[in-house]
Design a protein around this ligand. Sequence first.
Ligand code: FDA
Length: 391
Amino acid sequence: MSHEVIIIGGGAAGLMCALTAAQRGRQVLLIEHARQAGRKILMSGGGRCNFTNLDARPENFLSENPHFCKSALSRYTQWDFIALVEKHGIAYHEKEAGQLFCDESSRDIVNMLLRECADAGVELAVNCPVLGVSAQRGGFAVRTARGTRSCVSLVVASGGLSIPKMGATGLGYELAQQFGHTLVPTRAGLVPLTLGGSLRDEVAELSGLSQTVQVSVDGAQFTGGLLFTHRGLSGPAILQISSYWRAGQPLWVNWLPDRDLAASLLRAKRERPRLELATVLAEMLPKRLALRLCAWAQCAGTVGHLGDSYLRALAAQVQRWEFAPSGSEGYRTAEVTLGGVSTAEVSSSTLESRRQPGLYFIGEVLDVTGHLGGYNFQWAWASGHAAGEVV
Ligand code: FDA
């Protein structure tokens, strides 16, 4: 059976592409191998889907070509998606830093996309894994577990490798290579980092404790929550920095980003010299963390007995604490996959392959990855829309 457009992957990007193309009158088949479309949307944002960000802009995305995302993002903005959400009467709120979440449930977003697809006449095939693709005269043959379909335009929206148990496969990368595309090496992004050796055991004792910090690696810096886990470090600031961290690199944590710690310690020495150093730190940090930092820094005693230069050096250490992560939790828990289909061989305005006419790549399968905070969905909506306008 033949279709004008086949889209592989019923995630955020595939659904947006399908409804956009069908609204233009294209005859669209959307193929999804899971039992239902939009499973990652359902589990996103703690079940409330952080569906976009008021401040979404190209600087919020990582890619070998940081300019690539500009065209699609400028033609389908956060305001376009918000208008769609409002048209469907979905209540939402801003949580922090421009992040928009559903008041009720992520299901509202999935239902909205499915309704738009149904109204526009998209044919949706779920439970239908795509097994392979071949180019044929005038288009493509798409081999699925339920037979072969053919199409003129083929859109690859099969996502990245994160959370394999949710249905992630490497199909998009295989198809890209089959048609002569280059892959930027993939790695887990927006992912907790692990620590090794005795450090891991010591950190495990702090498990569950969180602190607002500034965390940095060479070239990037984020402020936000850090959460100690049984295996290492998590929380929004760590997830953000994980997309920039490379194996073997150190990262630095400022435990008190809004404070001149040296001045605070010297004042405590002057005004309350008999206080233990750990007690002074515990006035600014959770007590367990203050005690742990003192143990790591091997410092003890009353502030009155410590020299000014010692206190200044300690403050500098606490405000640039070095960790050497042993790795990350990997794709099992990563929110996104960094790298993917290189943007060098894809049109930034149409998302069409420069290697194979009629073939398109959208969403996370491409080497475009957003920061934490609704940016990845905005890329899925924008790239899906851009391809949907031309397929
Ligand atoms: P996505 O992965 O959504 O869709 C790809 C689809 O293709 C899947 O449905 C898959 O089953 C299907 N597929 C794969 N192989 C196939 C095959 N061989 N045959 C047929 N179908 C196949 N982002 C954000 O902006 N805000 C948020 O709140 C969150 N929260 C969040 C939480 C968690 C736990 C995760 C894992 C991720 C997020 N994200 C997020 C990231 C966001 O979910 C992600 O970037 C987008 O879903 C990517 O959309 P895509 O459509 O490109 O891929």
